[in-house]
Design a protein around this ligand. Structure first.
Ligand code: AMP
Ligand code: MG
Length: 531
């Protein structure tokens, strides 16, 4: 028996309390009236641990020493099943790119177990651990590049203060995986990898939709009651009122998560309903990206290039669209559209002030002034005039001094604090420069009437405007090195991104605009769902 079985406080609930698929065989099929199917991770050829997160280990009660044990590698590469556990894949459906896609499910994710530590429950899930009944025509595996991206971004988001699933470990499998990165007929073998993800639960909107779509109200009710009992216990015993309160809280959490995404410049890329967590956590790191140039219309996902459904500015509306699908799925248990409609209206009316407050925090604006929303709107316009790096702009804006006499400034002198953010400073002339000047004059005036000292403002701004994010090209640099057998950068980035709001002089080179070579490079600005 693995030592880990003794160390982890195993407390399975999902696969104990919800109906299981009675068919034990791991064959691809439609699974009805069941929340999950048992599935055993596939054994791998030559597993090797590349990186582990000590904070996530801490959450589940493992020490740094445990991470280096043989047992840890075996369990978290899928080669050994923890004693007393029965791994499983969840059944869910989803709306993909606006259309109902039917049954999807954990096609390449296998839940190992749930553990309890310090009063909290955590589900441990391997991504890329081989086929399950939900794998459809795919192989159930994951490649190293997408696993590095998921591993690093999960932890980076956590440290940024964005609700997210966590990552415990990243391991090579030693197996090769065939992928056609750009879906253009050029398949090639890549290194296979597996990530262990950790979250209180991996239940998605799609877990509810699948039962509603099949008119299976009985299983739907079981899942809703389970979710409330374990993850929303404060809402109380099952009743129509409780279900309405549940829907309301999911809407609030989803809204808050998206405000955070807009704050840090994160574009999820595939906000299908199967990729929206019922706990309001960022989940399923696929073709996501970070805004470099501040561009509301940007999406990293090439699969979505035409429609740009999941572009940056659309994320709040898509959140609402997805919540509407969740409300439809819960309707059979509530049978009253009015309260559900009210919740969706609330989402809209709550989002706007939450967004405004978030932007005010980014600008360091204290108190409430009527003109603030105009100042914010004008900034968003002027940021689009010439390519401006979002992270650098907001971080360096904290260095602007409110006594600056913008009107009297010579040429673009007043822009000095934020000059490093401009990709083409030579475009800062004529009307573009005039707009910037007007904006900074208004900003200085606003700070003078209603703000305390520059120093206090800087401290506050620095706590919401990160210095370091996982820029698209950074992940790619780590991936290129890893493809050549050098895994150090993964560890370095994990370390760097543990303190994204702190100055880290030795790492200053990562506080820099995207280099030109990365502008159109696959993996940096163009990502597909192939992973
Ligand atoms: P995604 O777009 O990654 O959220 O995946 C959508 C659906 O496709 C989910 O049901 C996944 O489990 C499934 N899927 C994605 N990649 C694979 C794969 N390589 N093998 C099996 N299923 C997959
Ligand atoms: Mg998914």
């Amino acid at each position: 028996m693995s030592n880990l079985s003794m160390q982890l406080n195993i407390k399975d609930t999902f696969n104990k309390e919800l109906p299981a698929d009675p068919i034990p065989e791991n064959t691809r099929r439609q699974v009805e009236k069941a929340a999950f199917s048992y599935a055993t991770p596939k054994k791998t050829a030559a597993p090797k641990l590349l990186c582990a997160s000590k904070e996530t280990a801490d959450l589940i009660g493992l020490s740094s020493a445990d991470l280096n044990s043989d047992s840890f590698l075996k369990v978290f590469s899928g080669n050994e099943v923890l004693a007393g556990t029965k791994p499983y894949a969840m059944c869910y459906g989803g709306h993909q790119f606006g259309h109902w896609a039917g049954q999807l499910g954990d096609g390449r994710a296998i839940n190992l177990t749930e553990v309890e530590h310090q009063g909290k429950t955590w589900a441990l899930q391997l991504k890329g651990a081989g086929p399950t009944p939900y794998s459809r025509s795919a192989d159930g595996l994951a490649v190293l590049r997408s696993s590095i991206r998921e591993f690093l971004c999960s932890e980076a988001m956590f440290h940024l203060g964005v609700p997210t699933t966590r990552a415990l470990s990243l391991a090579l499998t030693g197996d090769e995986v065939l992928r056609d990165v750009l879906y253009n007929g050029n398949s090639a073998y890549e290194k296979g990898a597996v990530v262990c993800r950790v979250a209180p639960s991996f239940i998605r909107f799609g877990n509810f939709e699948i039962f509603a779509s099949r008119r299976d109200t009985e299983t739907l009710k079981k899942l809703v009651d389970y979710t409330i009992k374990h993850h929303y216990p404060h809402l109380g015993a099952p009743s129509k009122e409780t279900y309405i309160a549940f829907m309301r809280e999911v809407a609030q959490r989803t809204m808050k998560m998206i405000v955070h995404w807009q704050r840090v410049g994160f574009v999820h890329g595939v906000m299908n309903t199967d990729n929206l967590s019922i706990l309001g956590l960022t989940i399923d790191y696929g073709p996501y990206g970070w805004l470099e140039g501040y561009d509301h219309g940007w999406t990293p996902n090439t699969t979505d290039r035409q429609q740009k459904r999941y572009r940056f500015e659309n994320q709040p509306d898509i959140g609402l669209w997805n919540l509407l699908k969740l409300a439809n799925a819960l309707y059979p248990l509530i049978e009253d559209a009015k309260p559900l409609e009210a919740i969706l209206h609330e989402y809209k009316s709550h989002y706007e002030p939450a967004y405004q407050q978030m932007m005010k925090d980014k600008l360091g604006l204290e108190d409430a002034y009527e003109e603030d929303s105009k100042l914010i709107e004008q900034l968003e316009e002027v940021l689009h005039l010439t390519e401006t790096d979002m992270t650098i702009f907001f971080r360096n804006l904290a260095n602007f001094k409110k006594e600056t006499n913008v009107d009297a400034a010579i040429d673009k002198e007043f822009l000095n604090p934020v000059l490093a953010a401009f990709y083409k400073p030579e475009e800062l002339t004529g009307p573009t420069l005039a707009y910037w000047k007007a904006w900074f004059a208004n900003y200085a005036a606003r700070l003078k009437v209603a703000n305390s000292s520059d120093d206090i403002r800087k401290v506050k701004m620095d706590s919401v405007n990160p210095k370091y994010v996982l820029r698209n090209y950074m992940a790619q640099v780590a991936i290129d090195a890893a493809d050549n057998g050098d895994y150090q950068l993964i560890k370095d980035f994990l370390e760097l991104l543990r303190n994204p709001y702190s100055e880290q002089p030795a790492m200053e080179k990562w506080f820099a605009k995207r280099p030109e070579w990365a502008r159109h490079k696959v993996g940096c600005s163009m990502l597909s769902c192939s992973s």
